[in-house]
Design a protein around this ligand. Structure first.
Ligand SMILES: Nc1ncnc2c1ncn2[C@@H]1O[C@H](COP(=O)(O)OP(=O)(O)OP(=O)(O)O)[C@@H](O)[C@H]1O
Ligand SMILES: [Mg+2]
Length: 276
């Protein structure tokens, strides 16, 4: 099982939808290319044994900015040990079929969840069930606002697109971008690049939508909880302990002994409050 807990300080972006072929890999690879171009350095985490994201990465020209890749479906070290230190954004490309307990792990630990949906009756029906499951069974808290929709392969103003819009409005879930049905996506994926790396005259109708996703993700990133490392934490405790010992004029007369005592007290307080 792929466990995405414990990847603190990293922006965990999950692209999911159990409907096959709705555009998960297309969206994930485009996000990876976008982050490579604009930062922070991304890692594309392929969770699908079909390995399409990794194949995209293999085709990526060496001259393009770096996207790291992790084949998460191959057994190996925990993900945290496989992420390169310079990478701050993890983009998870999920397979269509995911066991329920694994879905829970993604839903809980993700900072941002993007669901690509195609505007067809079948896709909207299956998305309704999936999103309802997430809200009810997975207890996804809507107030966290971490789940959004990206409409994909849209030919504007068709009946099915209108149906998708009204369905989302009824659920009160934002649709942050509308990606056209365009050969640009097919050409980009075949070359190991993203839409933002194609010549701009070819993508002028699409790039605004890609920008909208980047902007939303930027806001989500600001919410990622930052935990200090163990060393940083011990350093902070030592500083506070020193001030505490100084304020009480170094009880017992020996500054070093009282500093150590103040540090022990602080650790005890923090440890017991974490327990309780
Ligand atoms: N906006 C788009 N315009 C044109 N073609 C698209 C678009 N998005 C995806 N496609 C094409 O649709 C097909 C399925 O897309 P993709 O592989 O991204 O779906 P997926 O959800 O990852 O599928 P799976 O569930 O099998 O993992 C691909 O051939 C892709 O090139
Ligand atoms: Mg895929």
């Amino acid at each position: 099982m792929i466990n995405i807990n414990g990847l603190d300080n990293l922006h965990k972006i999950v692209v999911m939808n159990p409907k096959g072929g709705c555009g998960k890999t297309t969206l994930a690879t485009n996000l990876a290319s976008l982050y490579a171009e604009r930062g922070p350095t991304p890692t594309l985490v392929d969770c699908d044994p079909q390995g399409f994201s990794m194949r995209w990465l293999e085709k990526r020209p060496a001259t393009r900015p770096t996207v790291h890749g992790i084949e998460a479906y191959t057994s190996g070290e925990p993900l945290a040990a496989r992420v390169k230190p310079e990478s701050r954004a993890l983009i998870f490309d999920l397979p269509a079929a995911i066991p329920n307990e694994q879905l829970q792990n993604y839903t809980y630990a993700a900072d941002s969840i993007l669901i690509p949906i195609m505007p067809s009756a079948v896709d909207v029906y299956s998305a309704t069930r999936f999103i309802a499951d997430m809200l009810v069974d997975q207890q996804l808290d809507r107030r966290e606002q971490k789940l959004v929709i990206v409409a994909n392969r849209v030919r504007s103003n068709t009946k099915s697109y209108q149906m998708l819009r009204s369905f989302l409005a009824s659920l009160d879930i934002p649709m942050i971008a509308v990606l056209r049905d365009s050969q640009n996506y097919v050409h980009a994926i075949a070359q190991g690049i993203g839409l933002c790396e194609l010549p701009s005259y070819r993508t002028k109708d699409d790039i605004q939508q890609i920008d909208a996703i980047y902007t939303w993700l930027g806001r989500q990133r600001a919410k990622v909880r930052i935990f200090p490392s163990t060393e940083q934490r011990q350093g902070m405790i030592a500083d506070i302990a020193f001030r505490r010992a100084q304020d009480r004029d170094f009880q017992g007369g020996d500054p070093l002994t009282d500093w150590a005592e103040a540090e022990r007290e602080l650790n005890e307080t923090l440890f017991s409050s974490a327990d309780g």
